[in-house]
Design a protein. Structure first.
Length: 197
């Protein structure tokens, strides 16, 4: 069966992106022939949110409700994390075996161990844990690419994260594993039925 690639835009600062990451681990993607490609974006830049801003009120309540309903335990930060350094490292690792390990390590540190993954010292520690070059976290060229990718996604109608890109259209949010499997399975079937070229 031909594997269908589905890009997923995410930001380490988003609790709902963390929840989506955990939910998608429960989806039997191989059974439906779907491969997720996780694409880092700066949601703070997209939405005008500043690192360190309090995360409270309806937005916080909604993220915690989604996590609870989807049975994903989470330690939600009280303020918006500066995810740019971690996202820059993720971007620098694209296509390498360390890319998946980096995502997992950052998610775990932020939402299970309640560590401030926006702290430069914390990024250095996480990079050391995995034998990853931490210089990408401060690399202006990589940070520029992250900003450019974020603006391009906004131009493509991405208005929130996570966003699953289906035939170029952003489908935001996360549902329970069975719903995600059915949705992505139907999408993959339709993609395989379309004539090439």
């Amino acid at each position: 069966m031909q594997s269908i690639v589905v890009p997923v835009h995410y930001d380490f600062a988003s609790t709902i992106c963390y929840v989506a990451h955990r939910v998608m681990e429960r989806v039997a993607l191989a059974e439906i022939g779907v491969e997720l490609v996780w694409e880092p974006l700066d949601l703070g830049l997209m939405m005008g949110w500043k690192p360190g801003s309090p995360v409270e009120g309806p937005g916080r309540d909604n993220a915690l409700r989604v996590a609870r309903e989807l049975d994903v335990p989470v330690h939600m930060p009280g303020s918006w994390l500066d995810s740019k350094p971690a996202l820059a490292v993720a971007l620098s690792l694209r296509g390498t075996p360390q890319e998946v390990s980096w995502r997992e390590r950052v998610w775990t540190a932020a939402y299970e161990e309640a560590r401030d993954t926006g702290d430069p010292d914390e990024i250095e520690r996480l990079c050391r844990d995995l034998g990853v070059d931490a210089s990408a976290a401060r690399d202006e060229a990589i940070l520029g690419r992250l900003a450019a990718r974020t603006r391009a996604a906004a131009d493509d109608a991405v208005t929130g994260l996570p966003s699953f890109m289906l035939a170029g259209l952003p489908i935001g949010g996360i549902q329970e594993p069975g719903t995600m499997q059915r949705m992505l399975g139907r999408y993959a079937e339709r993609q395989r039925e379309e004539p090439a070229g």
